[in-house]
Design a binder for this molecule. Sequence first.
Ligand code: C2E
Ligand code: MG
Ligand code: MG
Ligand code: MG
Length: 282
Amino acid sequence: ALISSLGGFGGLGVSSLAYKTHRKRHSIAFHLKRAIAKNELSVVFQPKICLASGNPVGAEALLRWNSAYFGFVSPEVFISVAEKKGLIRKITHFVIEKSLEKTHDVMRLRPEFRLNINVSIQDLMDPDLLTFIIQTADRFDVSLSQLVFEVTERSAGDDASLAEVVQKYIDAGVSISLDDFGTGYSNLAWLGRLNASEIKVDKSFTQSIGTGSINQTMLDAIFSLLHGLDVACVFEGVETQEQADYIYRACPQALVQGWLYAKPMIAPQLKKYLDGNDDDVF
Ligand code: C2E
Ligand code: MG
Ligand code: MG
Ligand code: MG
């Protein structure tokens, strides 16, 4: 998927896959380094919805890169390159600043609205990030309690020091969400140690509904696990009414995100969407 989504490198032919991967990462990094200055990065917002009422309760900021060289590149590809090549810090700062610039008025109007922003573990471990968040929220006059930072555990790290860092964020008044729960290393130890206020169940589980696959069996186990926990549960990737109904029966208090409700959209569209769906929620 990486190769087919990136045009330019299909023709290296005889060279080894490892070599191609190395070259490609290098080239992505080269162009990504210039992407902010070239105005190629932007942020879109996907509403997060209360399943029972159908009302939006917030949105997730998702980064987009429209590269003059490659065309659209998926964040699944370039974020991991950015992490490996030392570019993630600058990108994360960009996403925080840009998403607050685009939504601060929406947030001030709706004190219950939560903005979710994805960050890497590397970012969390950077002692300056929290300071940057506090300064940026202050600059745009946004309450820290309206910000939720989503983290995905991609490698088996040091859970104890991570828990300590997470606690600093919570003490500062922002929330932490465990993204892509059920995949990678985002395991049960995380749930116990991290003081997260939200869990996002990975879309591979949502999309297993009706398939009878092993993932659907695991989803049923996740439902009973979440039952006893005092955290908000978000199910990502809801595309069909069948999936929504199945989630509702098992978890009526669930929050949902997915194409059935709304695709990621630019900020002016988000405003229209919220205006059309506001009643008594905000
Ligand atoms: P994620 O945080 O788990 O985001 C959910 C992904 O699912 C998004 O893909 C979203 O567009 C997609 N999605 C939402 N609803 C549906 C649906 O109904 N069906 C399907 N098939 N997909 C749906 P996207 O935007 O391509 O982002 C992919 C991943 O890239 C994100 O996964 C996140 O891990 C990462 N990412 C995106 N933006 C940022 C960012 O600003 N910073 C960091 N560190 N990572 C980011
Ligand atoms: Mg996310
Ligand atoms: Mg996710
Ligand atoms: Mg994901």
